[in-house]
Design a protein around this ligand. Structure first.
Ligand SMILES: Cc1cc2nc3c(=O)[nH]c(=O)nc-3n(C[C@H](O)[C@H](O)[C@H](O)COP(=O)(O)OP(=O)(O)OC[C@H]3O[C@@H](n4cnc5c(N)ncnc54)[C@H](O)[C@@H]3O)c2cc1C
Length: 325
């Protein structure tokens, strides 16, 4: 905030659930290490036309997990595993397959050589999509003429965008009886989550409450069609913030002016399809390339974890049996 107070929000996935046994085993390991915890939140639906809450879901109906102290705790801990060297602030701009070295040569968006790699796990749904060019002005990193058999699958995965609005209030929203709610009959908002009600979140400033709102995909598409695919300007984001706040306040739930608000655009928030079926990832053994992510399975943290596990098992198999038993 302007006075130097630091606020933290989960501006992406607010929480996740688990139904797959393989993922459940991994998540209980994270829970035992304190990386994730159950969010005992009550959810409901708010009907914007009727002006009331419906469909109260009882606490515990489905276990909701959150990272502690933030959703990024899981990725942070993976970066600290033995032997992992994590580099931040580098976008892969180009991947060249060097046949005689049987390795990938990677380069950053600004053309810097990042070295040779025996295996690559690519997690960007736009890795071969014109959307990458719309955003960066550069060709997408993966040249699909190298892997023609994959082109139908990965060249233009349809996505649904979303704007997230981070809000802090100096006092709790006492008229809201739940910690999360979806919207019915709103053209602007799809979800609202009380971020500060999650376990392990510091309430800064004291007694304040923070919320994250998600726009509808239709609203986000309309805005992005108007402003174009490039990073939105501060003015464009401020306008989105005003519009989403106005809709939140129009609920009649006594929503005061926030002490902080900031909008974030997720241009490719949710894949609209799953490209890998039962394989759960795209794997090319000859080029030692795994393409993993929620777009391979389902648009969720659980889907991304499962896809990553499948990609890892393909690579482990090749490392254990290099001659390909
Ligand atoms: C607003 C919102 C709400 C959501 N709500 C939920 C929810 O309630 N429950 C749930 O389970 N899931 C939810 N999700 C979905 C969940 O966040 C995703 O399914 C999950 O993060 C996908 O993981 P991933 O690893 O496939 O992709 P990502 O999380 O997108 O990770 C891909 C990574 O690759 C990096 N990357 C991409 N391109 C490059 C490049 N060229 N060079 C270098 N790095 C690159 C990115 O920076 C990123 O770190 C939500 C997502 C959003 C945006």
């Amino acid at each position: 905030m302007e006075d130097g107070t630091e606020l933290r929000f989960d501006h992406g996935a607010p929480y996740f659930t688990v139904s797959n046994d393989e993922v459940a085993r991994v998540v209980s390991g994270w829970e035992a290490r304190g990386l994730v915890a159950e969010w005992k939140a009550m959810f409901a639906c708010f009907d914007r036309e009727a002006g009331k809450f419906t469909d109260f879901e009882k606490e515990g109906t489905i276990k909701k997990y959150v990272g502690v102290p933030g959703m990024n705790s899981i990725c942070k801990s993976l970066c600290l595993e033995d032997g992992v060297v994590a580099k931040f602030g580098v976008t892969i701009g180009r991947m060249d397959w060097i046949q005689d070295r049987s390795s990938w040569l990677l380069a950053s968006l600004d053309g810097r050589d990042l070295g040779h790699f025996d295996y690559v796990v690519a997690t960007d749904k736009n890795i071969a999509s014109p959307r990458f060019s719309g955003l960066t002005g550069r060709p997408p990193p993966l040249d699909l003429s190298l892997l023609p058999q994959l082109s139908m699958m990965i060249q233009d995965i349809p996505v649904r965008p979303c704007f997230a609005l981070m809000l802090a209030f100096s006092e709790p929203l006492t008229k809201v009886p739940v910690q999360g709610f979806s919207f019915n009959n709103s053209d602007y908002l799809s979800w609202a989550f009380c971020d500060s009600s999650k376990p392990g979140r510091a309430h800064v400033p004291l007694n304040s409450q923070s919320w994250v709102l998600h726009s509808t995909a239709e609203y986000a598409s309309k805005v992005i069609n108007n402003i174009g695919p490039r990073k939105p300007s501060a003015d464009a984001l401020a306008k989105v913030a005003e519009e989403l706040l106005k809709e939140f306040q129009a609920t009649g739930l006594n929503i005061p002016q926030p002490i902080f608000m900031k909008a974030h655009r997720w241009g490719s928030a949710f894949p609209a399809i799953a490209i890998s079926g039962d394989d759960k990832c795209v794997w090319d053994k000859s080029m030692k390339l795994a393409i993993c992510g929620d777009f391979c399975t389902s648009p969720s943290v659980e889907g991304a974890v499962l896809s990553g596990m499948r990609g890892a098992s393909k690579i482990l198999w090749c490392l254990n049996f290099p001659s390909g038993l």
